[in-house]
Design a protein around this ligand. Structure first.
Ligand code: EPZ
Length: 417
């Protein structure tokens, strides 16, 4: 159990480098087993989810080591195609090993993945894509068993641009015979990053970043290296923390285009946003303003992962904001906790209405999930007095040394283990 102690109402000021992306690292770690490969990954964040992926790789017979941001993987000795339940439930991304294992071994045995409880998180689109490529999949309760003597290319049409299903289909398609075309693909920067990595491994893949991805062949390489893209959601979280605290913060090493919708709404709320190619400065004039209406949507829309932290930044804004959450059915779990700080939020199905209050008061909170926990930190930074967040390891699944990062910007934050 971790306790975050936050003394709020300190303006955040200064600059900080943003960590590598968790959600780009995890599918790339799974992709490293597609062929016998030695690879080096740079700028990988040190997080519980990354550690879980490395443990899965080691279980499969690979060498997988992390030293600070540097990860080395040698998948030449992969010897197993089954992932035990206790490793699968540590995170959602374990399911991406399914596409990679069936591509490499012709079979995969695993169970349903874990991850944040954000409502129903089915994997029907993942399974349907693999079935269309010729995989024979049996589901028995939580157990999934996939087999394919050889995968073949297919025309896959996703009715919804699922990030994970797009990643699984891309991985499986690499070793399939013939061309695979994924229509209705997710367009997130993490998909483009996966394409870059697959190309560096020898895959002929194009179209990532649009809704149609084509995979036409694979000439496996023995070595590769890649640098993980910056984490746009951590960037968005620090930007919201700067805004909530009335601060002036420069985020270095980010790609502001990756979270331009978040920066747009912070600007609407009254912050100055000064962007360059590799950094962005968020300067709050003090008082923020409600931003009317916003809704979450698949990329390039407003990211669901940034919804809780933007909500937290707007708790003291003058006026009203109405958020519509369109991706997950249960992504307002932070709300009852934020109410304890004195926030005025009402929920009606997918809609949350935030009416700005003059003052938030520190309180004892419990982190509910990764981004909900981050939202509580943002709110705590804007609250009077001390906020203590009791967290069963949610926040450290996605934020690397976040207490140090905030302290370097002048926040009074201390993490007790
Ligand atoms: C990824 O999850 C991210 N996780 C999530 O980040 C993020 O919130 C989400 O994409 C949406 O942007 C990682 O990249 C590791 P989806 P994923 O499949 O792939 C429905 C965080 O905080 N769906 O795009 O699981 C699903 O129920 C995490 O870092 C199906 O119906 O998301 C949801 O409503 C949380 N059937 C919607 O699609 C399927 O087979 C989006 O899910 C798959 C998904």
């Amino acid at each position: 159990m971790e306790l975050w102690h936050i003394r709020g109402e300190q303006q955040l000021e200064g600059s900080c480098f943003v960590q590598g992306s968790k959600n780009a690292s995890l599918p790339i770690l799974a992709a490293s087993i597609l062929c016998p490969l030695r690879c080096e990954l740079l700028h990988v964040p040190q997080l519980r989810d990354v550690d879980a992926a490395l443990r899965i790789l080691r279980h499969l017979g690979c060498k997988a080591e992390q030293s600070a941001g540097h990860v080395y993987i040698d998948s030449t000795q992969l010897s197993c195609s089954a992932i035990p339940h206790e490793l699968m439930v540590e995170m959602r991304s374990s399911v991406i090993f399914m596409g990679a294992l069936i591509a490499r071994c012709g079979e995969a045995r695993l169970s349903l993945p874990g991850g944040c409880q954000l409502g129903k998180r089915p994997i029907d689109l993942h399974l349907s894509a693999l079935r269309q490529m010729g995989a024979d999949i049996e589901e028995n309760g939580d157990e999934i068993s996939c087999r394919a003597s050889h995968l073949h290319g297919a025309e896959i049409l996703f009715p919804f641009p699922s990030v994970g299903a797009t990643e699984n289909a891309m991985l499986a398609a690499c070793t399939a015979r013939g061309e695979t075309v994924i229509h209705g693909a997710a367009r997130e920067p993490e998909i483009v990053a996966l394409q870059m990595f697959l190309r560096s491994m020898g895959a002929a893949v194009g179209g990532a970043g649009t809704d149609t991805i084509r995979i036409t062949g694979f000439q496996p390489k023995k070595h590769t290296a890649c640098r993980i893209i910056p984490d746009r959601i951590v960037g968005a979280t620090i930007a919201c923390a700067a805004a909530a605290s009335g601060g002036d913060v420069e985020l270095k090493g980010v790609d502001p285009k990756h979270f331009s919708t978040v920066l747009y709404f912070l600007n609407q709320a009254g912050c100055d946003i000064i962007s360059s190619t590799r950094s962005v400065r968020v300067r709050s004039a003090g008082k923020l303003y409600g931003i009317g209406a916003l809704e979450t949507a698949p990329y390039p829309g407003f990211p669901t992962d940034a919804q809780p932290v933007l909500m937290a930044a707007l708790l003291k804004a003058k006026g009203q904001t109405v958020i519509t959450e369109n991706i997950f059915e249960n992504r307002y779990r932070q709300v009852p906790e934020l109410l304890r700080l004195g926030a005025d939020i009402s929920l009606d199905g997918r809609e949350a209405t935030i009416r700005g209050v003059e003052r938030l008061r520190g309180s004892a909170l419990t982190a509910t999930d990764l981004r909900g926990g981050a939202a509580m930190i943002v709110a705590g930074l804007a609250a009077q007095g001390e906020t203590v967040i009791c967290d069963d390891g949610h926040i450290t699944r996605g934020y690397e040394h976040f207490d140090r990062c905030l302290r370097s910007l002048g926040a009074d934050v201390y993490l007790e283990y």
